[in-house]
Design a protein around this ligand. Sequence first.
Ligand code: ARG
Length: 461
Amino acid sequence: MKLWGGRFQKETDTLVNDFNSSIDFDARLYREDIKGSLAHAKMLAVCGIISKDDEEAIRTGLLEVLSDIESGKAELSRDSEDIHMNVEKLLTEKIGDAGKRLHTARSRNDQVALDLRLYMRHEIKDIEGKIVDLLKVLSKKAKLHQETVMPGYTHLQRAQPISFSQHLLAYASMLERDVTRLEDASVRMNESPLGSGALAGTTYPIDRMMTAKELGFDRPMSNSLDGVSDRDYALETMSALSILMMHLSRFSEEIIMWCSWEFKFIELDDAYSTGSSIMPQKKNPDVAELVRGKTGRVYGDLISLLTTMKALPLAYNKDMQEDKEAVFDALDTVKMCLPVFTGMLDTMKVIGANMRSAAGKGFINATDLADYLTKKGLPFRDAYTVTGKLVYYATEKGKLLEELTLEELRNACPLFEDDVYKAIDLMTCMEGRSSYGGPAVAETTRQIAELDAFIEKRNNR
Ligand code: ARG
C-alpha cells in the first residue's frame, strides 16, 4: 500500500504510477533528503514533539539508509514515488514505528523545496570554483600576450589594434560577473523553507530557526506559502548559468574562427581537437562547437521552468515536479563544459605572428592617422575626411597607409611630417591607447592585477 493509501479504495493504475513517479530523476537528492530529515528529527526531539529515543533510532536508521543507497544495496522503487517517500519507507523497514514519526510537522512540499535548495547550494559552489579555474588560465595567458598585437574588430571588420591579452581580459571581466551573479543568487537562495509544511505551517511547536541554522541557512523563509511555492531561486540560478553559457558561446565562436585557415590565430592541441571520418586533413574544434551548441540546451532548461511556473496558482502544484530535470540538466551541462573549455584554452597554441600580420592589413591605424592630424591642429572631423580619402587612395594603389610616401601624404594634407610613420606604427597605436581600460601594456597590467586579486579572494574562501 502507498504511504498515502488510507483514503483510497483502489490501487493506483500502473500507468499513473509510472507517470506520477519522480524517483528516476530525483534519486540524486538522497543526500540532501537525509540531511534535511536528520535536522528535522533533531528539532522535533528538542521541541518535545518526538522522544529522544525515537530521534536516536531515526538518526541511526537514516545513516544506514544513506550507506545502503550509496553502496547500491537499497532498492529505490517507483511505487514509492519519489526520493522522499523512498527514504521514509527504507527507514521504516529498518526501525519500525519511530520511522513513521519522522514526517510529523512536515510535508513533501517543504521537503522537496529544501532538498533542491541544499543541492543547488553545493552545485553552485562547484561551478563557481570551475569558473575561477578558467579565470586562472585566462590570467596566465593574458600575462604572456600583453605585447601580442592583434586586430580588434567591430562588425567582424578589422577596426583598431589591441593586444591578445586585452581580448582575453574582456572575457575574464564577463566571467567575473558570472561568478558574482551566482554569488548574489546564492545569498537570496540561502533561506530555509523547512517548516512551511504543506503550505500553512503547522500546529506543532516547531523551531524553524533551529533547523535553518542546523542546515547552514541564514534564516527561515518568512512566509510558508512562499516557502513551498516559488522556484525563483532555481530560475535565477539558471538565468545566471544561461548568461555564463552565452559568454562561453561567444568565446567558442571566436576560437572556432581563430582555428580556421582564414584566421589561423591559434592552433588547438591535438588532445582537444577531433578528426573527420573521411577528410584526412581535418582537425576540428569540436569542443568549442559543443560548448556553443550546449548553450541552447541551457537556455532551453531556463525557458522550460519559466514556462512551467507561469500562471501557477499558490501554493504547491504537481507541475513543479518538472523543475528538477531542467535544473539538473543545466547544472550538469555547465559543469561538463567548463573544465573542458578551460583545458582547451590552457593547451592552445597562440600564433602571434599571424595576429600581427592580420593587424597590419585592413587600415586599423586609420584612426591613429586622423588623430595625428588632429593633434597637429586640424579639427577631428576634417582629419577624418582627409584620412578617409587617403585610405581610398592607398587601396587603389594597393598600399598600406605606412607605405605611402610623405609626398603622397602631403598631397592630401600639408600638416604631415616625418614623425607620422612612428605615429601610425602598430605598436605605437596600441601603446598609445593607454586610457583606462585600453590595450596599452600598463592598462592590461592593471587589469591582470585586478583579476588576480579576484581569484585570490575566491581561493581563500
Ligand atoms: N516529488 C514531488 C516533487 O518533486 C515532491 C512533492 C510532492 N508533494 C505532493 N503534494 N504531491 O515536487
